[in-house]
Design a protein around this ligand. Sequence first.
Ligand code: HEC
Ligand code: HEC
Length: 152
Amino acid sequence: MRPGLLCAALLLLASPALADDERVRPVTDPVVRKECGACHMAFQPAFLPARSWDRLMAGLSDHFGEEASLPADKTEIIRAYLTANAGDKGGQGEARKFMRWVAPQGMPLRITENPAFLRKHRFPDAVWKDPKVVTRSNCPACHGRADQGLYE
Ligand code: HEC
Ligand code: HEC
């Protein structure tokens, strides 16, 4: 094989592995995708530890100022999914970096206040006020494949 071809073949072999390593496992559960994707993207559970998801799911009646309560059976399905796939249950991809900043007993509710997030998102105010962005929580505004767990 010519060296150029060999290189191309190696790249082909190597790139899926790299992508897998950095990819944050996307939300696959249809109930979570629907109910937690109604107002914003359904955030990947790997960005918060399980105890955060327990706390968030216990407080849906005042969810960042919104009433987001759900029937008990749906709440439990979602809680179970989010906690089983949480960042402290073998945090995946880029989300691994977020877990390092969470205190052992810490229960943050926001992904966007994590120092791992803040360090990568030091943009001028004008960026956040852009009508296409509006809020830090609007990951897909800048990360076209955020919903698939791809933040490169
Ligand atoms: C009725 C609308 C609504 C629904 C439904 C909803 N949310 Fe939210 N959520 C919000 C709002 C509003 C915010 C605050 C956004 C902001 O600060 O810009 C938010 C923020 C969040 C954040 C913090 C984002 C950050 O800034 O780091 C998480 C995590 C979250 N929601 C998870 C969920 C989960 C899990 C569900 C499903 C059980 C859900 N949300 C359903 C409206 C909703
Ligand atoms: C205003 C645009 C914007 C928004 C909104 C935004 N990001 Fe980003 N994000 C970026 C840019 C630009 C970078 C690359 C910064 C760098 O490499 O220094 C980045 C980097 C990242 C990285 C690190 C990727 C890497 O390869 O190092 C992660 C993880 C990430 N963002 C997650 C999120 C999540 C989760 C949300 C929503 C809660 C979000 N971002 C919202 C623009 C944005």
